[in-house]
Design a binder for this molecule. Structure first.
Ligand code: CMX
Length: 438
């Protein structure tokens, strides 16, 4: 057994009694109340999920296994010759809660490397898509195609104890994660380059190999590592994470669950916002003929967008109430590597201009940028200018967090998710009764 799997097993054994105790001794303890505003308003703020993989504080941003993003970047072992940590280290951290040593990270890299080979039929499925299909549609379908490989499904059909569900789920998770860079980079080659696949290099790490298969030189390997790490998880209530968890709660395997998660990510209010940011910036760029707008001109572009009833992509968040630390980490990288890039200058100008405008407009609860406000500009700078592709990059990263969640869902025996619905009439009745009491 690998060190990762052994440690994971140890942690699962330690954790199970905590969940059992909560359920057996405290299951009637009230944690939260729910209002009609929350029921109709997309369940904002309702505390109804449990995960230990990450926690999102509205002001501080995401913590992975208790570590802030700057801590994660500082503590995880770095890739050889790079300034960013290896993605393999994050996989270890999210699954076990422990910061891995260099040799533990190398072991995960070796294990993923052995699982990378993509069956020929996946390439054929990607090849068979009609032109103009969105890369996220192809990505989701390619993952679905792999479902026949599911180890969990085979074990489940053969009959397996509930206590062991996590084991084949873990195998499916690593098998799929190892293949995602291959799938993503092939979709890119197929849609936007000459269609020729660049062979994977088993001596490289997850991010380094992805950059290699994309055909882009360093520091794009660090861009890939940075990108996958910051996109990995954002608590379990966001659309992609929640979809993955919900589908997996029916005991659908990792392939079915991650494909569903990808579909959720493909919506413009969620993962697709990073391409919307680039589309919006390009519009401004064209109108300005490539010149950097003055603050006043930029303000006007922002107001024009708002006055036409559209949102400013890359700004606002359902939970966050301050600048997203995932934005800040990317900004720091950009200031070091692409500070003279005109589009980066646009993005930085927006950081100055948008928050006061959104505050003045008074609608958005959070006027600050989220991670999508920066992502596309970095990709554009390194030659990935096909912004439809950006959400695929998001999806590769996000799959790391969601698979870790699904492995733990199975380990702790979380049941089928099934909240209760009410009719509008029932809500009206409750509202009337409560008003009469006031
Ligand atoms: N520009 C303009 N208006 C905005 C806005 C923005 N960036 N963000 C929020 N608002 C508006 C909302 O549309 C809503 O308007 P209505 O009352 O007319 O419906 C109002 O402000 C209140 O919204 P909110 O409670 O602050 O935000 P929500 O939780 O409903 O939505 C989000 C959150 C992200 C969908 C929203 O901020 C948005 O549309 N942002 C732009 C798209 C974006 O960047 N999405 C990426 C999010 C990151 C991720 O994927 O996790």
């Amino acid at each position: 057994m690998s060190t990762l799997k052994e440690k994971l097993y140890e942690k699962i054994e330690q954790h199970r009694p905590r969940t059992e105790k909560l359920l057996k001794k405290h299951s009637d303890v009230v944690v939260d109340q729910i209002t009609i505003g929350q029921i109709i308003g997309g369940m904002r703020g309702v505390k109804s999920l449990v995960t230990d993989i990450s926690y999102l504080d509205p002001n501080e941003g995401i913590r992975y296994r208790g570590y802030t993003l700057p801590e994660v970047f500082k503590k995880l072992p770095k890739a050889k010759g790079g300034e960013m940590p290896m993605v393999e280290g994050l996989i270890f951290l999210l699954l076990t809660g422990d910061i891995p040593t260099e040799s533990e990270v190398a072991e995960v890299a070796d294990e993923l490397s052995k699982r990378r080979i993509l069956p020929r039929y996946v390439y054929e499925v990607i090849d068979s898509f009609p032109c103009c299909s969105h890369p996220m549609t192809i990505f989701s379908s390619a993952i679905m195609t792999l479902q026949r490989e599911s180890f969990f499904t085979k074990k489940y059909s053969a009959g397996i104890s509930k206590m062991e569900y996590w084991d084949p789920t873990y195998e499916d998770a690593l098998n799929l994660l190892a293949k995602l860079p291959e799938i993503g980079s092939y979709i890119y080659a197929k849609l936007y380059r000459d269609g020729k696949r660049i062979q994977s290099d088993p001596s490289r790490d997850f991010g380094g190999n992805f950059a290699h298969m994309m055909g882009i030189k360093p520091p794009y390997d660090d861009v890939a590592r940075l990108h996958f790490i910051i996109h990995a998880d954002h608590e379990s209530g966001n659309v992609s994470a929640h979809t993955g968890h919900l589908v997996a709660s029916s005991l659908a395997d990792v392939y079915l669950s991650i494909s569903a998660m990808i579909n959720g990510l493909a919506g413009p209010l969620h993962g697709l916002a990073n391409q919307e940011v680039l589309r919006w910036l390009q519009g401004v760029y064209d109108k300005m003929d490539g010149k950097i707008p003055s603050e006043e001109e930029m303000r006007q572009f922002v107001w024009d967008t708002l006055n036409s009833g559209q949102v400013i992509p890359g700004y606002g968040h359902a939970v966050l109430r301050k600048t997203d630390p995932r934005y800040s980490v990317q900004r720091e990288f950009s200031l070091k590597h692409l500070k003279d890039d005109p589009l980066f200058k646009y993005v930085d100008l927006l950081y100055k201009v948008v928050p006061p405008i959104l505050q003045e407009q008074g609608k958005a609860k959070n006027p600050w940028p989220n991670l999508d406000a920066q992502t596309g500009v970095i990709q554009w700078h390194y030659g990935v200018t096909e912004y439809d592709f950006y959400t695929v990059l998001f999806g590769i990263g996000r799959a790391i967090g969601i698979t870790a969640n699904i492995v733990w869902d199975r380990a702790l025996g979380y049941p089928l998710e099934r909240p209760k619905s009410l009719t509008t009439e029932m809500l009206e009745k409750v509202a009337k009764e409560q008003s009469a009491k006031k």
